[in-house]
Design a protein around this ligand. Structure first.
Ligand code: EPU
Length: 309
């Protein structure tokens, strides 16, 4: 395969995907790119179309499970995409979708802009969090989701055209949106004026509450399953009631702290995690008659033929 100069600089071969997933699991990607701006992103996309390669987009790899076998295509990570670009005017902020959420929350605190305190401890990029409408709340009665602050989103097409999707064109659901599969480059968010000390206090309380209930001490991808809509309990509670906390396969196990977290105890393989997923699903189905739906995205050449361009 021939690379031109720009592609040679931009595209790595046989990159271990375990380095790009908070699970720290995953075999190599045949090709991997971490573009820092639109031009580099388009160069990477052009490379994939010239060589007829499947491609897949990730943010910070905080919600994905990569397979153990090589990914036979191009993985594009947007975690370095204009990662520090943010412009604020009054309560309106335009931010790159490549910025990390904790970084964004920190900058907003400095600017005394409130409303995204809940995002301070979600380890994703702005773009990834928008696509899955990530959220966190200490109060189970509130949803606190990314979509709640969005005014518009800029989307890049593979041929380089940037289009702005307005709020009323975007549909946000529970851990889902109609932005899935799109290349998100910028978000326009509307926030509220709030004192820095109050924002920081709120973020501290969130951190504290999260570390009490969720397993943040081992590599994971956060919640594995969505909470089913019409079930007696949350996914974590059902897995807990099924007696599976602490149950392991290989070097992966269901967290002793939270039933909806699968953690990597060191050197876990994707197949270990997939086995645990199957076991949890089957036990929960048997006990509660509920079919659990994955929240994490499984990315492998075998598992996905759809989620690319
Ligand atoms: N519970 C148990 N056993 C467990 C886990 C939970 O009994 O093993 C109980 C808890 O005691 C609580 C209830 O189940 O009464 C709910 O648990 P938790 O507060 O941890 O919330 P969750 O529904 O499991 C959801 C999101 C999290 C988010 C928290 C807080 C999903 C799938 N998960 O968790 O999001 O941080 O609420 O807002 O929606 C993520 O999406 O990756 C994620 C971590």
């Amino acid at each position: 395969m021939r690379f031109d100069f720009a592609q040679e600089r931009l595209i790595r071969r046989d990159e271990p995907l375990s380095r790009h997933s908070t699970f720290k699991i995953g075999g190599p990607a045949r090709f991997f790119s971490q573009p820092s701006d639109c031009e580099e992103l388009l160069t990477a996309l052009d490379f994939s179309s010239k060589h007829d390669l499947p491609w897949v987009l990730i943010g910070n790899g905080s919600n994905v499970l990569f397979g153990d076998e090589p990914y036979q295509g191009l993985v594009i990570s947007l975690s370095c995409f204009e990662a520090e670009r943010i412009e604020a005017e009054e309560c309106d902020v335009r931010v790159s979708c490549g910025m990390s959420l904790p970084r964004l929350a920190q900058i907003l605190a400095e600017k005394e802009l409130g409303g995204l305190e809940f995002a301070g401890s979600i380890p994703g990029t702005v773009g990834g969090a928008l696509v899955m409408n990530a959220g966190y709340s200490r109060d189970p009665g509130r949803r606190n989701e990314m979509g709640g602050r969005v005014q518009s989103v800029k989307v890049l097409s593979q041929d380089g055209v940037i289009r702005e999707l307005k709020r009323d064109e975007i549909e946000f659901g529970y851990r889902s949106s109609n932005l899935e599969g799109k290349i998100l480059i910028e978000a326009h968010l509307r926030l509220d004026r709030r004192m820095k000390s109050l924002i920081l206090e709120e973020m501290k309380l969130n951190d504290l509450a999260r570390s009490k209930t969720q397993d943040l001490c081992h590599p994971s991808a956060g919640s594995v399953f969505k909470n089913p809509g019409h079930a007696p309990y949350t996914a974590g509670k059902m897995i807990d009631l099924a007696g599976l906390k602490g149950f392991g396969v290989g070097n992966a196990r269901i967290s002793v702290k939270h039933g909806n977290f699968i953690v990597n105890m060191g050197g876990a393989r994707a197949t270990d995690v997939l086995d645990l997923i199957a076991i949890a699903r089957s036990k929960v189905k048997e006990m509660f008659g509920v079919v659990l739906e994955l929240e994490i995205r499984h990315i492998s050449s075998e598992a996905m033929t759809a989620a690319h361009g």
